[in-house]
Design a protein around this ligand. Sequence first.
Ligand code: PRT
Ligand code: ZN
Length: 285
Amino acid sequence: MTLLRFAIQKSGRLTEPSRALIAECGIEFEPSGAKLRSLADNFPFELLFLRDDDIPGYVAEGIVDAAIVGRNVVAERDVAVQVTRPLGFGRCRLSIAVPRSMEYSGIRSLMGARISTSYPRILRNFLERNRVTAEINELSGSVEIAPGLGLADVICDLVSSGSTLMSNGLREVETILESEAVLISTPAIPEEKRIILDKLVFRVDAAQRAKRTKYITLNTPNEAIPEIVKLLPGLKSPSILPLASLGWSSLHTVVGEDDFWNLIDRLRSAGAQGILVLPIEKVIV
Ligand code: PRT
Ligand code: ZN
């Protein structure tokens, strides 16, 4: 039987959200211990657990068919993989940070600096694009302590909340790359595997859409319906049912979560009452 061989990070920041996404896609495994690979019970799917840095190479060579990894790792490895979907978790940025006391007046200030990073390729490209010559010092971790140790003047590292930079007396000055977890696949995927991958991507899309949307029901006086309907772009248009109390209706629809509270305020001002907001498990369009 053809299986889709899929990799996720073995242990790290992307492990749990990657597992959660696979579970949301309805793919189940026998409960297992600390195995390095698992076979799914209900989908032609084999899951491998790898160091994130190794994932793009395996996918490019077709040893693994598809995987979840940070866009930052894909960019640094610079191998031929297809980025099939952004996944919305593991968000961070690769940035240049300087000691708080350093004067910084733009990229030119990096001329001749010693820059520590775990992302030498991305950094080198960035410096070349900006015609800055600097010395790149590659470190595999704990980059943020390099300036304090006198190892570097400046660093280029991943940032999410910024608290690591702050507690090391550093200040973010340039963002080189915006990153998040992405679903990648091997460019020359065999047809039988492509069919399984397409099914997986279809499920990922449904799960992702569900996260962005809510099911909303509310009661409204009939005369307010036109205004409320204008505020609610549903999948098609809202369902409206008469309530037992004369002159009132109940309205049901699906809304995107962006700017959600603003929408609720506007619905209330338009006359909506008894607003219920429910999570959606999947959205199939
Ligand atoms: O063992 P393996 O090689 O698989 O794991 P790893 O140690 O290389 O990776 P891991 O688990 O640390 O991160 C996996 C992926 O998570 C990264 O490749 C990014 O795509 C993503 N990610 C998201 C992050 C962060 N946010 C992040 N904040 N990866 C690392 N960090 C680190 C950063 O390097 C810095 O040390 O967190 C610190 C900064 O965090 P803030 O919140 O203080 O700014
Ligand atoms: Zn790594």
